[in-house]
Design a binder for this molecule. Structure first.
Ligand code: CP
Length: 498
């Protein structure tokens, strides 16, 4: 995919070739900015381009560097920094706020939002590029790109490196995105150190394992620094914790001092997305003065990097790119297979009276799911005539299967999709005049959406009803009975959804 009109909402969707192309362009723009060579970077002169900068959360670096980058490029910027004084305070949804900036003919949106998946929602909703400046604890892809640029600048390469990460690995979106990005390079080893309450989420560790990235969870900060070419420190994110107890326990567990830096190798670099907490500093003032800290240079790299991203999306740069892109994932709309209907005498071994007229028999259900399905299908609420039970499989007497018979009812496609998600491999028998007229076997749908009572398990997800953003939950199949939230990337078992 070319870069023109492209949104940058996550790091997953960028290929290694695209990342390297962006970093190469950033090096050119950085040199031009330092020399104030406007002919290289002022690419939007006289083009009447306007970017909306919508920062629902506090920011110094991301917002300022995007805005300065836009101005250097020749793009005007409008919007807000914090929701005080905006109609968000009157309860306006993200969708309606986006509507306004589109109506005012903005050509791009740069945003930071507290809800996971907000940027993905915005990118799907609007037809202009979205730049994710951080969505909840989910991702911060433009930070990750400038982090990669800084690592490459400092070490000269992105393959064959040892990167440590510490502080708040649980809530820190920067470390999640960076770990995912580094998995695209060869022989990268990751070293994690944090308080046990703030460990790297299992979903990220599973991703690294699946992508053959070596990682070690260390129990000593000295050990982690000693094993690392670069250590990426992060602030403990009090604002994302459910209560103060977790913060009080964890806030001092990963503090880097000058002694730590003296023990690290000569070429070592300490990175940090910033800000550092001045009350409980995760990098102490004596360490802050060390030449081994490279986070000021890192933050400065945000300017050329974000200028490049804006220029690419506006089609002002990079139209020559012919490298590999991740295409749009092909998803099959099918979630069942028709089976041959073999006429046979109805067996009564199940001790369940067969349907004599018409109706639906859901068979081969995973035991324990029948009750749940009855609730979801509103069987009792609708006063359906039904029978359900658990029986032994005829083919294997040790195995149990559950079934549910509903008289005078055919299931809709949405209802079938829901049964498929909760109990893949179950079978639906359509009964007409007491006989099976159609039999299908369900399998986990590639995409599950449009089912009103589906709920992502991540309470910070934009689709959760308590946030009142009216974004319908949507899931992508990630394994036999494993799903990934389309918006916030949280992984969950299919049965947790209902
Ligand atoms: N690194 C970063 O996102 O900093 P800000 O919160 O200041 O934007």
């Amino acid at each position: 995919m070319a870069f023109r009109n492209r949104s940058f909402t996550d790091i997953h969707s960028l290929t290694r070739e695209e990342i390297e192309f962006i970093l190469d362009k950033t090096a050119i723009i950085k040199a031009a900015l330092l020399k104030k060579d406007r002919s290289i970077y002022r690419l939007a002169d006289g083009m009447d381009l306007m970017a909306a900068s919508l920062f629902y959360e506090n920011s110094t670096r991301t917002r300022s560097s995007f805005e300065i980058a836009a101005k250097k490029l020749g793009v005007e910027v409008t919007g807000f920094s914090g929701i005080e004084g905006t109609s968000v305070k009157k309860g306006e949804s993200l969708q309606h706020t986006l509507d306004m900036f589109r109506a005012y003919l903005c050509d791009a949106v740069i945003m930071r939002h507290p809800l996971d998946g907000a940027a993905r929602f915005a990118a799907d909703y609007l037809d202009i590029p979205i730049f994710n400046g951080g969505d909840g604890k989910n991702e911060h892809p433009t930070q990750t790109l400038l982090d990669l640029f800084t690592i490459r600048e400092h070490l000269g390469r992105l393959d064959g490196i040892d990167i440590g990460m510490g502080g708040d690995l649980k809530y820190g979106r920067t470390v999640h995105s960076l770990a995912i990005a580094l998995s695209k390079f060869s022989n990268v080893r990751l070293h994690f150190f944090s308080h046990p309450l703030l460990k790297m989420p299992q979903g990220v560790l599973d991703f690294l394992q699946q992508n053959n990235v070596d990682y070690v969870e260390h129990d000593s900060l000295y050990g982690t620094l000693g094993a690392s070419d670069i250590f990426y420190q992060t602030r403990v994110q009090r604002e994302r914790m459910p209560d103060d107890e977790e913060y009080q326990k964890a806030k001092d567990a990963c503090r880097i001092t000058a002694a730590h830096l003296s023990a690290a190798k000569e070429t070592f670099g300490l990175m940090h997305p910033l800000p550092i907490n001045k009350e409980y500093p995760e990098v102490t003032p004596d360490a802050d003065a060390s030449p081994k800290t490279i986070y000021r240079q890192q933050a400065g790299n945000g300017l050329p990097l974000r200028l490049v991203l804006l220029a690419l999306s506006f089609g002002l740069m990079g139209t020559e790119f012919r490298g590999k892109s991740n295409g749009v994932e092909q998803r099959s709309p099918s979630f069942y297979t028709d089976l041959l209907v073999v006429k046979k005498e109805q067996k009564t071994e199940q001790n369940l009276k067969p349907i004599q007229g018409s109706g639906t028999v859901i068979d081969h259900l995973v035991p324990g799911t029948a009750r749940k399905l009855m609730d979801l299908l509103k069987v009792e609420e609708r006063c359906d005539i039904y029978r359900g039970g658990t029986v032994r499989r005829r083919s294997n007497r040790d195995e149990l299967k559950a079934m549910l018979m509903i008289e005078n009812r055919r299931l809709t496609d949405d209802e079938l999709r829901m049964v498929a998600a909760i109990s893949p491999k179950s079978r639906i028998n359509t009964i007409t005049n007491g006989e099976v007229s159609r039999k299908i076997e369900l399998h986990m749908p590639d995409i599950i959406e449009g089912i009103p009572y589906l709920m992502c398990t991540n309470t910070g997800c934009i689709t959760r009803p308590e946030h009142h953003e009216h974004v319908t939950a949507k899931f992508i199949r990630a394994g036999e009975s494993l799903l990934r939230c389309y918006y916030c990337n949280a992984m969950m078992g299919a049965r947790e959804l209902f």
